[in-house]
Design a protein around this ligand. Structure first.
Ligand SMILES: Cc1cc2nc3c(=O)[nH]c(=O)nc-3n(C[C@H](O)[C@H](O)[C@H](O)COP(=O)(O)OP(=O)(O)OC[C@H]3O[C@@H](n4cnc5c(N)ncnc54)[C@H](O)[C@@H]3O)c2cc1C
Ligand SMILES: Cc1cc2nc3c(=O)[nH]c(=O)nc-3n(C[C@H](O)[C@H](O)[C@H](O)COP(=O)(O)O)c2cc1C
Length: 580
């Protein structure tokens, strides 16, 4: 039997030729062995090469990556040759050479790009960005309507691509926190449009098999975990209340990795539930759409932070000049300042009897889970997940207030519904010899406790350096014995502490970084990975600034060269952040 021959001038590139040769050789050997097994469904490939599709995601906590994986499965089923990657993995000149692209991105901070999309956006928004006439694209934006910059990252990318001449093949969808159904619909529409455009040769209607492995416990189906440990870490005299929690995984089958986050679905404070019922002069037993009001307010809806709709509705009926000025003035800072320390009950009280109970219920948003960086390694604690949580407590307008989830865990959370939020980009280096530099003041130390447990269990030989800090050493040095123990044992080669209020001048983690800038730069030069976790508003920005300065000073670089050095760290995933 003759092996089929591919003519030299056949219109295949090198990869396609190699694939076809392999396929034909395999086919030949099967025929020769008289096997009845059918060849792979490759007729489409022989007739026309599969159109290439690049799917890119911008993500902080993994949702966009999951949707990108689903889109890839759907597109593959329709005959596309799909490559999926994070936005940090593509340079703009490469992007300009793509034909078909789908981008799924979340928004972070205050209307900002997620970390892994930052460099892509910098290049795309630059005046030097190339024209993109050859690119056909679609953007799916994930976000949260409670933020002012709702889906801002997706909107910006979508608009800029259009400005640069790329062709939008499917309209952008802006998804709120319950993104799953809308995202699935968009994926279907996007793939259908691409099929028409590219003439892909899949089987319409084939259900796309998801390539992403998900735990059975999700936001819609959370695992009811027992909270086995709830221990105060900060000591008497501290301004803060930081607690250590341990969740029993029991027979859930949940497996996690250091760097992942745990989502907790809280229940609202019964006192606040009661006060809202009192405002409407009804009992919590009152049925609303067949369910007791107390149950709905306790577990189903956000009853602390007011939604935009609720604010608008109350404002339009209340006679409060101050409220109207704040809401309608169009100045975000004025509204934020006016709202600071006010919750839904305060707004209801300003409005008096403005709303009926039914109207009020229609203006509430679903209660959202809160994410917490896991502070244990599954290698050390396979049956438990540890969290390190700061309780949010404050007084405002003569009433004690508490953060929904942190005080639920602290005060009432003997059981809690949980699900895992994997964060693949925040991991201990796969190279056990690579140095790790971790900056995690306050609760930011959480994932680094997990990283250190992980490295200890793995017997990893790489050097470890932690910058930790808070206000006072005496009250706020959480996990002191563990950290000091690791320092003594040598697992932590370096431990630099910054307690801001223990001396006249303020000392922060970035102060310590600068003091040891030369060594820090040397660790980076040795292939070190640089991690930051904790406060996004101040700390992460100050640490980023310090890092640039250190690289500039000790590398002998200009500010632009230092930025390029730091950008390279980001591209190599050696500078990653878990900030909130
Ligand atoms: C990926 C990720 C990881 C995280 N990891 C951790 C972690 O490891 N540990 C941790 O503790 N948190 C962590 N967080 C933060 C956590 O998710 C919650 O945001 C935090 O616990 C507050 O939630 P809450 O429900 O208790 O408060 P909420 O009910 O959400 O209330 C918080 C709000 O209360 C208001 N507020 C707070 N203080 C005052 C005040 N003094 N006066 C007036 N108003 C005030 C502010 O508007 C604030 O936004 C993480 C967040 C993310 C996204
Ligand atoms: C700290 C933080 C800041 C956020 N900021 C915004 C924002 O400014 N605008 C927005 O639309 N969504 C915002 N979100 C919501 C996320 O975009 C949304 O949860 C998204 O599904 C996350 O997807 P990812 O896991 O792929 O990052 C924010 C979420 C967090 C936790």
């Amino acid at each position: 039997m003759k092996i089929a021959y591919i003519p030299e001038d056949a219109p295949f590139n090198e990869d396609q030729r190699a694939w076809l040769s392999g396929f034909l050789a395999g086919l030949h050997s099967r025929l020769a062995m008289n096997l009845a097994a059918p060849p792979p469904a490759a007729s489409g490939d022989l007739a026309a090469p599969r159109p290439p599709l690049r799917i890119l995601y911008g993500t902080q906590t993994g949702n966009a990556e999951i949707v990108a994986g689903d889109a890839a499965a759907a597109a593959k089923a329709q005959g596309f040759d799909v490559t999926v990657s994070g936005l940090e993995e593509i340079a703009l000149d490469q992007f300009a050479g793509l034909k078909y692209v789908l981008i799924v991105t979340s928004t972070y901070g205050e209307g900002e790009m997620p970390d892994n999309a930052e460099l892509f956006w910098e290049a795309l928004s630059s005046t030097l960005a190339p024209r993109l006439e050859g690119v056909s694209y679609g953007v799916l934006a994930l976000g949260d309507t409670s933020y002012d910059g709702f889906c801002q990252a997706g909107k910006l990318i979508d608009t800029r691509l259009e400005q640069l001449g790329a062709s939008r093949v499917v309209g952008r969808a802006d998804c709120d926190i319950d993104y799953e159904a809308q995202a699935a619909e968009w994926v279907q529409g996007a793939v259908a449009s691409l099929v028409t455009l590219a003439g892909a040769s899949g089987t319409p209607g084939t259900p796309p098999p998801s390539t992403v492995v998900r735990s059975g416990w999700t936001r819609k189906n959370p695992f009811p975990a027992e909270v086995r440990v709830n221990r105060l870490l900060s000591r008497a005299g501290s301004d803060k209340e930081i607690r250590h929690f341990e969740f029993a995984l029991a027979d859930s089958g949940i497996t996690y990795e250091a760097g992942d986050a745990l989502a907790v679905i809280a229940e609202n404070d019964p006192a606040l539930v009661g006060a809202i019922a009192d405002h409407f002069r009804v009992s919590t037993e009152t049925l609303v759409d067949g369910e007791p009001l107390g149950e709905l307010l306790g577990t189903r809806y956000e009853i602390s932070a007011p939604s935009r709709d609720l604010l608008s509705e109350v404002e339009s009926r209340a006679e409060s000049e101050e409220f109207s000025h704040a809401l309608r003035g169009g100045v975000k800072e004025v509204l934020d300042a006016w709202l600071y320390g006010k919750d839904i009950l305060d707004i209801l009280r300003i409005g008096g009897d403005a709303l009926s109970l039914e109207e009020f219920m229609g203006l509430l948003k679903p209660l959202q889970h809160r994410a917490y960086s896991i502070s244990s390694s599954a290698l050390a604690h396979p049956e438990r997940i540890h969290l390190t949580v700061a309780s949010v407590r404050y007084q405002s307008l003569g009433r004690e207030r508490g953060g929904v989830c942190s005080t639920f865990l602290a005060d009432r959370g003997s059981n809690a519904r949980i699900f895992l939020q994997p964060n693949k980009s925040f991991r201990v280096p796969s190279d056990d010899d690579a140095p790790m530099i971790m900056v995690g003041p306050g609760t930011g130390v959480a994932p680094f406790r997990a990283f250190l447990q992980e490295r200890e269990q793995r017997g990893a030989s790489g050097r470890n350096w932690l910058f930790f800090g808070d206000q006072h050493r005496e009250h706020d040095y959480i996990y002191e014995h563990e950290l000091d123990g690791w320092h003594t044992s040598g697992l932590l080669n370096r431990l630099d502490l910054a307690f801001s209020r223990d001396q006249a001048e303020k000392i922060y983690v970035q102060t310590r970084m600068r003091e040891h800038g030369q060594d820090l730069f040397a660790w980076l030069q040795d292939g070190g990975h640089f991690y930051v976790c904790g406060d996004a508003t101040r700390m992460a920005k100050d640490v980023d600034k310090a890092l640039h300065e250190i690289v500039g000073e000790h590398g002998g670089f200009s500010p632009d060269e230092a930025s390029e050095y730091v950008n390279t760290l980001k591209r190599e995933k050696r500078y990653v952040r878990d900030v909130y």
